[in-house]
Ligand binder design. Sequence first.
Ligand code: PLP
Length: 381
Amino acid sequence: MEFNTKVIHGGQQHDPSTGAVMPPIYQTSTYAQSSPGKHKGYEYSRTANPTRTALEKALASIENGSFGLAFGSGLAAIDAVAKLLKPGDEVISTNDLYGGTYRLFTKIFEVFGIKFHFIGMDNADNIAKYVNKNTKMIWVETPTNPMLNIIDIEAVANIAKLNKLLLVVDNTFATPYLQLPLDLGADIVMHSATKYLGGHSDVVMGALIVKNKDLSDKLYFIQNASGAICGPMDSFLVLRGIKTLHLRMQRHCENGKAVAHYLASHPKIDKVYWPGFESHPNHEIAKKQMKDFGGMLSFTIFGNNYDKAIKVIENLKIFTLAESLGGVESLSGHPASMTHASIPKEEREKTGVIDSLIRLSVGIESEKDLLEDLKNALQLI
Ligand SMILES: *Cc1c(COP(=O)(O)O)cnc(C)c1O
C-alpha cells in the first residue's frame, strides 16, 4: 500500500459491530466481562480503548512500523521512552533540542541519575567520542527548531547499531510524509501529534512507533503502568487528521517554498533558514532523506533589531502569533522572547537564535494571501 492510501486505510477496519466507516468514539472507561477475565479484548481504558487502538494501528502503518502507542502529549511519549533507562545510563542528544524535551531530560531525568550529552550532530562522526559503556540511547530531532538544521539519520543509525544503542527520532517536524526514520535504521519514532499529525490545532497528543516486538512490549508496559494515555475523543481527532496528512503536507511544502523564496529576495531580510535552499549547509542530507522540505522556516531582519522583529510579527494579519506549529493555519513565533526566552542571550545567540529571528509555520492558505501578508508587515519597518 502506498503512503497516500495508508493514511486513509492503513491498519483500519470498519467497526465490527455496526459497520461504521469511522471508528466510534468509545467514550467508556470499562468493559463488561461474562466471567472474571473473560472479555472481548478490552477490560479498562487505560490499558486499551478501541478508538485509541484504531489510532495506534494507523500510526504504526504510516511510519512503516509494527506497533504504535498514543499518549496524552508529546512530552508524555518522551517521558515513556526515558523510562526505558535506569540510573547511571547515558544518552547522547542533539544540542538544539525542542525546549520541553530539554527541560524534561535535565530537570526530571537528570535528577534520577541519567546523564545527557547535548552535542552537535551535523557531523555524525562527532557522536562516537561520547559513547562509553554506560551509553544506552541516541536522541535525534531533525529538522531542528527553530534553526532547521538537518541530521543524517542513516549515518547516526550506523553508529547506534555499531554500539548497540537505541536510536530515537523525534519526527514531529518532518512527519512520515517527508521522512521515515524506521526505514533509515531508527528504533523508535516519536511525535508530538499536536502538530502536523493532528493538523488542526485542536488537540494535544503524543505518539511512539516501533518495529521491534520486545521494545513495543516494554513501552506498552510503561504506557499502562505510568498511565499517560490520551482519551477516545482526542484519538478520534488525530485519526481524522491523519487522513488528510498527505494533502496538507503537500500544500505546506508548496507554500513553505514560496514563502522561503519570497523572503530570500526581500531587501529587508538578512538570512532565511529553510533546508530547500542549495545554500543550506545540510541541503544534500535533506534531499537524500526527505521527500520535500516542509512548511517550517525561520528568518532574520537586516540590522538584527528586536523592535523591528516585534513590529513585523504584530502587523501580520494571516500569520497568527502563537506557540505550536503544523496546523492548517499559518503561525508566527519569536523564539528569543518565547520558546527560547529561558536560555541566556549569549547561549541562544551561539545557535543562531538572535533578537530578530522570526519562525513561521506556513499553513495551507492561499500562497498569494500569505506573501501579501508578509509584504504588508515588512513595509512598516
Ligand atoms: C511540540 C513538540 C514536542 C512536545 O509535544 P507536546 O505535544 O507539546 O507535549 C516535542 N518535540 C517537538 C519537535 C515539538 O515540536
